[in-house]
Design a protein around this ligand. Structure first.
Ligand code: GLC
Length: 441
């Protein structure tokens, strides 16, 4: 995948991770939808509620007994995602509470046994594929319901001495078998799966990691079934990871491996503070912030996986829908500055308040202006390099001047030598985030 242009880009040639999956679509598509859905949609106060409130299986059972998403319409979800410009989805087939959204033959703790009474994954996969999105499965390594899962520092019953004593003989090897059997099911029932997101390892004291999950064996099985599939980096088995997954964080400079080489990465973010549906959470990010985050990730050579937590009725949270609409409106006019784009060559340093994204194939450079400058924008090191310039939203030409020679003295004084100077309209062309498209010679 690395082209000669990418050799010079800030992120260097993106090492295709350490794994063997096909990252070519992933680094092109850039933008995906994360879906956290399960029993925790009912308490509606964070997907870790069982851990936080130290709920027993009996306490938590009421959500199982009342899980009935009567308005579930995965086609509507898929349409909403596609219109927002998203190109893939990653859905929680099972979260830490152990509840399975699909009809697994290895457990009764699944959607088909609740009042819902059906496999929720099959129609979702079909709906998203129909909208042209690729399919990723999130699978929780942690399982707070399985009888073979040894109690550890995150377990809801971690402080329940009697429970811990009774559970002392739990055999994590048996759990690892269950885990493999479930993943095999997920990879053999629903056609081609593009990506697996395992979550998560916490090796060391009272934790779990590679040896517990039997990560080598698991990966070997996965690669045997789907040689091209992408596997994330949370198996405590870095040799197998196709991409890195920073969480709720925008890396400063892209992500590097131990040898300092840029790697493929995707950061996942919530709209607000919770992954699962949270009724009372109020720190919802604004559309302009979300658009800037998407640009920021692309400008650093990474992907953005943005999360929705659907409700217990099976609907998308209206607050998420509004934001996805806003993202879609911006993407409709500006997605050329995202898809196929990555970090620009390091020697081109963007001016204040701007970010560059660069498409090495079309050789177009995109200038994203977080604060609209007054009339002139100087782009250092770009004199002599640009054939044509336009606003991306309406393809209207922008005049430009090279080496500041054509400008009057006052402007010349402020313009860096070797800068390309763009002449901008006074009015900001897009209310959210204006983008200038530069065609390189
Ligand atoms: C964390 C949380 C989890 C969430 C995940 C998303 O690891 O445990 O609730 O699913 O992040 O990346």
């Amino acid at each position: 995948m690395p082209t000669s242009h990418q050799q010079t880009s800030r992120s260097e040639p993106q090492a295709a991770g350490n794994g063997h999956g096909d990252t070519s679509w992933f680094v092109r598509d850039r933008f995906g939808l994360f879906i956290h859905w399960g029993l925790y949609a009912l308490p509606a106060r964070h997907e870790w509620v069982k851990h936080r409130e130290e709920l027993s299986d009996a306490d938590y059972q009421r959500y199982f007994e009342h899980f009935n998403p009567d308005l579930y319409d995965p086609r509507a979800w898929a349409r909403t995602a596609a219109r927002a410009g998203m190109k893939y989805c990653v859905v929680t087939t099972k979260h830490h509470d152990g509840f399975c959204l699909w009809d697994s033959q290895h457990t009764d703790y699944k959607a088909t046994r609740t009042p819902c009474g059906r496999d929720l994954i099959a129609p979702l996969v079909e709906a998203f594929r129909e909208e042209g999105l690729r399919i990723g499965f999130y699978y929780s390594l942690i399982d707070w319901h399985h009888p073979d899962f040894p109690v550890d520092r995150f377990h809801p019953q971690r402080n329940d001495t009697a429970f811990r004593q009774a559970a002392a003989g739990r055999d994590v090897g048996r759990y690892a078998e269950y885990l493999r059997a479930q993943v095999r099911e997920l990879l053999t029932r629903y056609g081609k799966i593009d990506l697996l997101f395992f979550d998560f390892s916490y090796p060391g004291d009272d934790g779990k990691g590679r040896a517990d999950w039997q990560s080598e064996k698991l990966v070997e099985m996965i690669r045997g079934l789907h040689p091209d599939i992408l596997i994330n980096d949370r198996l405590d088995f870095p040799e197998s990871a196709d991409y890195r997954t920073p969480e709720q964080y925008v890396p400063n400079e892209g992500v590097k491996d131990e040898a300092g080489r840029a790697v493929v990465w995707e950061a996942c973010h919530t709209f607000s503070g919770s992954w699962g549906y949270h009724r009372d959470e109020a720190s919802w990010k604004s559309v302009p912030l979300l658009v800037r985050m998407l640009v920021e990730h692309t400008a650093k050579g990474g992907n953005l996986l943005l999360n929705v937590g659907p409700t217990g009725r099976g609907t998308l949270d209206q607050r998420a829908v509004e934001r996805l609409r806003g993202l879609g409106a911006w993407m409709q006019l500006h997605n050329r500055s995202i898809y196929g784009c990555t970090a620009a060559p390091a020697e081109w340093v963007p001016p204040a308040d701007c970010r560059y994204t660069f498409n090495p194939e079309t050789r177009r450079l995109y200038v994203h202006c977080a604060a609209w400058p007054f009339r002139f924008l100087h782009l250092p090191a770009l004199a002599g390099k640009i054939a044509y310039a336009q606003l991306l939203n309406d393809a209207s030409e922008l005049k430009f001047h090279e080496t500041a020679a054509a400008l009057h003295a006052a402007l010349k004084a402020g313009a860096p030598r070797d800068a390309l100077t763009l002449e901008l309209p006074v009015l900001q062309p897009d209310p959210v985030l204006p983008v200038i498209e530069l065609f390189l010679k």
